[in-house]
Design a protein around this ligand. Structure first.
Ligand code: AMP
Ligand code: MG
Length: 334
């Protein structure tokens, strides 16, 4: 925690979000503080990946259990070898194809990465984000940055700096505003530690895209059938839930909806009530992905009793939307 004379302390007592520049963020990170940074997927809560005390601050600020490992962010493909070992050729092929970008790879970890970062796993998650501000902060700090999404555990991930401020302002040393996130959903995660490259979490880099590069890909069952058992660290069934109950998918014919129900539409689907907002009138998946979390934040207001979200095709990046929305959804209507 910063000392009482600091700008952070001033902002905290004045209830101002601790807005921070790239240079100041880099300085805070080198001092072991945690800072929210923009990336193209969602905002991340960054700390020095080599420093257990900084990692502990990340878990504490988010109230995230330490069994849920963190992704380490780098700003050059060559830095992969600073934190991972026994890197297979396939990792370099994926890096060439999709980095910088919304792809995280799981690789065997080097000893310099603390166990706290990987929740005791012998592997580490690595990503090279494409957001220029994220890259500038990593470069200026000179550190690989561990950064989970900058939200409280199990809450909806932030896609604007204001989303971060609303949840974490008084818990972190800084927030760098890089505008709204372009992708809007967490990175695809591909493990390269087993026999076959395996998608652990769907995202903007789809299994088909990985297969095109590597010629093979497997999909972990828990991500193709979300909303069921928790099978791996971080694959919580109830991740991404707003406070207002959200129901995703077709509404059963006999359902009685609460009076204050609000609907997030997709394309030209005929919902049971008029739409409040539409993820994409033309059914564009990328547009829908970029807008989803902002709508979930906006409509997560106690004046509503229920948020309905229209069905979305479970293909391509739609798999990522289905995965997150199934985790966010109550299983049956009240
Ligand atoms: P996020 O909460 O978006 O930062 O994503 C972090 C997620 O990455 C975790 O919840 C895990 O599902 C996954 N992850 C991180 N490190 C590992 C690892 N070493 N092995 C498998 N999955 C990992
Ligand atoms: Mg998260």
């Amino acid at each position: 925690m910063a000392d009482r004379s600091s700008f952070f302390y001033f902002c905290t007592i004045m209830k101002f979000p601790p807005w921070t520049s790239v240079e100041e963020a880099a300085r805070l990170l080198r001092q072991g503080e945690v800072v929210a940074i923009p990336t193209e997927t969602v905002y991340g809560l960054a700390g020095n990946a080599f420093e257990p005390k900084a990692l502990a601050k990340i878990f504490a600020a988010k109230e995230r259990p330490t069994f849920d490992p963190l992704i380490v962010h780098i700003s050059d493909i060559s830095q992969m070898a600073d934190i991972a070992k026994d890197i297979p050729e396939e990792a370099y092929q994926l890096a060439e194809a999709f980095w910088p970008g919304p792809l995280t790879m799981i690789l065997p970890k080097k000893d310099c990465i603390p166990d706290l970062c990987t929740s005791g796993l012998p592997s580490v998650a690595v990503r090279f984000p494409s957001h220029p501000v994220a890259q500038a902060i990593i470069n200026a700090s000179g550190l690989p940055l561990a950064a989970p999404s900058a939200n409280l555990f199990k809450h909806v991930s932030p896609t604007t700096a204001e989303h971060v401020a609303a949840q974490l302002s008084d818990r972190i040393a800084g927030i760098v505003d890089g505008g709204p996130c372009q992708v809007g959903v967490e990175s695809s995660i591909v493990s390269l530690t087993g026999d076959v490259p395996t998608v652990l979490r769907p995202g903007a880099i789809t299994p088909e895209m990985v297969k095109k590069v590597l010629g093979r890909v497997a999909i972990k069952e828990s991500t193709s059938k979300p909303g069921e058992a928790m099978q791996a660290p971080g694959q919580c069934d109830t991740h991404y839930r707003p406070q207002v109950p959200l129901y995703f998918g077709e509404v059963p014919a006999n359902a009685v909806l609460p009076e204050n129900t609000v609907r997030i539409a997709f394309g030209n689907y005929q919902g049971v009530i008029p739409a409040a907002v539409n993820l994409s009138v033309t059914g564009d998946m990328m547009e829908a992905t970029a807008k989803l979390y902002a709508y979930m934040h906006d409509l997560d207001d106690p004046k509503y009793d229920l948020i309905l979200v229209d069905p979305i095709p479970n293909q391509g990046i739609g798999m990522a939307l289905n995965d997150r929305l199934k985790r966010a959804s109550i299983k049956t209507l009240p």
